[in-house]
Ligand binder design. Structure first.
Ligand SMILES: CC(=O)SCCNC(=O)CCNC(=O)[C@H](O)C(C)(C)COP(=O)(O)OP(=O)(O)OC[C@H]1O[C@@H](n2cnc3c(N)ncnc32)[C@H](O)[C@@H]1OP(=O)(O)O
Ligand SMILES: N[C@@H](CCO)C(=O)O
Length: 404
C-alpha cells in the first residue's frame, strides 16, 4: 500500500496540501497513477494521458476478494468516508454508516472510497498539474461526466485486483455513480444501493447549479479560471455558491426546527445587513468553511458532471434499457423531505428496473432532514443498509456476519 501524497496541484490549496501531508503515515490511504500507456477516454471525446486517483480502504479483502464494497461520494465529498478528514479534522462523511460493526461493517467487508475525477483531494481535477503545460489545468481540464468518474473507479478496482463488487453504494451524486456502475459494468456489480438520487438531473437542479457556477465565475478573483497562476482564490463567489446550494440540501422543516426566525447573538434586528438571523449566520458559516476545503474550478466540474447525467439518454431514451438483463440486486432509498431528488425520481428508477426484470427493493424514509439525510443519523437507513448487505453477502457466498 503506497502512502498518500498530495496531488500535483500548485499553490491553490495550501490548507488542503498541508493537512494532506500530515497524513503520510495514515494506513489505507493511497494514490495510484496511470500513465500515457493507460489513458482514460472521456465522454468529451478526448483522453486523459495521466490520471491520479486518491483513495482510502477500510477492512481487509478476503482470500477470494469477494467482499469489496465501493462507496461513492456526493458532490463535494472525498475519499475520507470513514476516517477523520485531514483537511477539516471532522469525521469522515459516512462514519455513521461505515466502520467496525456498523451497517457497512469493515470487520466483514473491504470498503473502498475514492475521490472522484474532477475533484480536489488528490484525484486528477482542474487544480492538478497539466503535464502538457507544467501549470494547473484550470479550464483546460476536459469536462468530465459521471461515466468518466465511474470508468476511472473501474481502473482503480483493476489496480486493486477487485473483479466484482459485492456492492456499490452512495447518495446523491454518489447514487448517480451507483446507477452508472450498474449500467456500464453489470457483470462487476452484485448489488447496488443508490440513495437520494435520480437517473437524470432535473431542470430545477441544473438551475441551482448554474446559480452556483455564476457566483464563482462572477468573483473577480476567478480570473477566467486562472486564479491559481495569479495567486488569488475566488473565495467570495464559491462561498455564495455553497450557501445557495446548502439550502437545497436541507428542508424548510429542518431550517425551521434548527433556527426558526431566531436572531443571532442579539435581542433586536439591527436594521442593517449584518447576519441578524441565526439562519443567515449559519449559511455564512457553511460558505466560509466550505472554501477552506474545496477548489472553485472543481466545483464547476463536479456540478457539470451531475447536470450532464441522464442515464436513459445513453440507452435510446428508455431507462429500462440501461438495466436490460441485469442480474444486479438493487435497493433504492429516498427521503420524504428531499426536494432535490424527490421520491418520484427513485420510483422512476424502480419502474425501469421492474420493466427490465431486475431484482429491486425500495424504501421511502420519513424524515424532515431534507436531501442530506443520507449523511445524518437515520436509523431506518442504517437498518435497511445492514439488512440489504447481509442478504446480498449471503447470496454472494460470504459467511454470515456477526448477527447472522
Ligand atoms: C456524501 C458526501 O460525500 S458529503 C461530503 C460533503 N460534506 C458535506 O456536505 C457535509 C457538510 N454538510 C453538512 O454538514 C450539512 O449541514 C449536513 C446537513 C449534512 C449536516 O447537518 P448537521 O450535522 O445537522 O449540521 P448542521 O447543519 O447543524 O451544521 C453544523 C455547523 O453549523 C454551525 N452552526 C450552527 N448554527 C450556527 C449559527 N447560528 N451560526 C453559525 N454557525 C452555526 C455549527 O457550529 C456547525 O459548524 P461546524 O460544522 O463547522 O462544526
Ligand atoms: N452535501 C453534499 C451534496 C449533496 O448531497 C456534498 O457537499 O457533497
Amino acid at each position: 500500500m503506497t502512502s498518500f501524497v498530495p496531488q500535483d496541484a500548485t499553490s491553490l490549496l495550501p490548507n488542503i496540501e498541508a493537512k494532506a501531508r500530515q497524513e503520510v503515515n495514515e494506513p489505507h490511504s493511497a494514490v495510484v497513477r496511470f500513465g500515457a500507456d493507460q489513458p482514460l477516454r472521456l465522454d468529451a471525446g478526448v483522453a486523459l494521458p495521466h490520471l491520479q486517483i486518491a483513495y482510502q480502504t477500510y477492512g481487509e479483502p478476503n482470500a477470494a476478494r469477494s467482499n469489496a464494497i465501493l462507496v461513492c461520494h456526493a458532490l463535494t465529498g472525498d475519499q475520507h468516508a470513514a476516517n477523520p478528514n485531514p483537511v477539516t479534522g471532522k469525521p469522515g462523511w459516512w462514519e455513521t454508516l461505515v466502520g467496525p460493526g456498523k451497517p457497512i461493517d469493515t470487520e466483514r467487508f473491504f470498503v473502498i472510497s475514492s475521490n472522484v475525477l474532477g475533484g480536489c483531494m488528490g484525484t486528477t481535477g482542474p487544480a492538478s498539474l497539466n503535464p502538457a503545460t507544467g501549470r494547473a489545468y484550470g479550464l483546460d481540464m476536459p469536462v468530465v461526466t459521471i461515466r468518466d468518474m465511474v470508468n476511472a473507479q473501474a481502473m482503480l478496482l483493476d489496480h486493486l485486483g477487485i473483479e466484482k463488487l459485492l456492492c456499490v453504494a452512495g447518495g446523491s451524486m454518489g447514487g448517480m455513480q451507483v446507477l452508472q456502475w450498474a449500467a456500464s459494468y453489470p457483470e462487476r456489480v452484485f448489488s447496488a444501493l443508490p440513495i437520494a438520487t435520480g437517473a437524470r438531473h432535473s431542470a430545477q437542479n441544473i438551475a441551482f447549479h448554474e446559480v452556483g457556477r455564476q457566483a464563482v465565475m462572477a468573483d473577480p478573483d476567478w480570473r477566467g479560471g486562472r486564479y491559481l497562476a495569479e495567486g488569488v482564490t475566488p473565495h467570495r463567489g464559491l462561498a455564495v455558491a455553497r450557501m445557495a446550494a446548502h439550502i437545497t440540501y436541507l428542508s424548510d422543516q429542518a431550517l425551521h426546527r434548527k433556527f426558526g426566525r431566531r436572531l443571532q447573538d442579539r435581542a433586536n434586528p439591527t436594521f442593517g445587513f449584518d447576519a441578524d438571523f441565526q439562519v443567515e449566520s449559519y449559511l455564512r458559516h457553511q460558505g466560509e468553511s466550505f472554501v477552506q476545503r474545496f477548489d472553485a474550478n472543481s466545483y464547476l466540474y463536479v456540478t457539470r458532471a451531475m447536470d450532464y447525467f441522464d442515464l436513459a439518454e445513453d440507452y435510446g431514451g428508455v431507462l429500462a434499457n440501461a438495466f436490460a438483463g441485469s442480474k444486479t440486486r438493487f435497493c433504492l432509498v429516498s427521503f420524504t423531505s428531499d426536494w432535490l431528488f424527490p421520491t418520484e425520481d427513485s420510483r422512476a428508477i424502480v419502474h425501469a428496473l421492474n420493466a427490465s426484470g431486475a431484482s429491486v427493493s425500495f424504501a421511502e424514509i420519513v424524515s424532515d432532514k431534507g436531501h442530506d439525510a443520507f449523511l445524518l443519523e437515520e436509523p431506518e437507513l442504517f437498518a435497511i443498509t445492514r439488512g440489504f448487505l447481509d442478504s446480498a453477502a449471503r447470496a454472494f457466498g460470504l459467511p454470515p456476519g456477526r448477527e447472522g
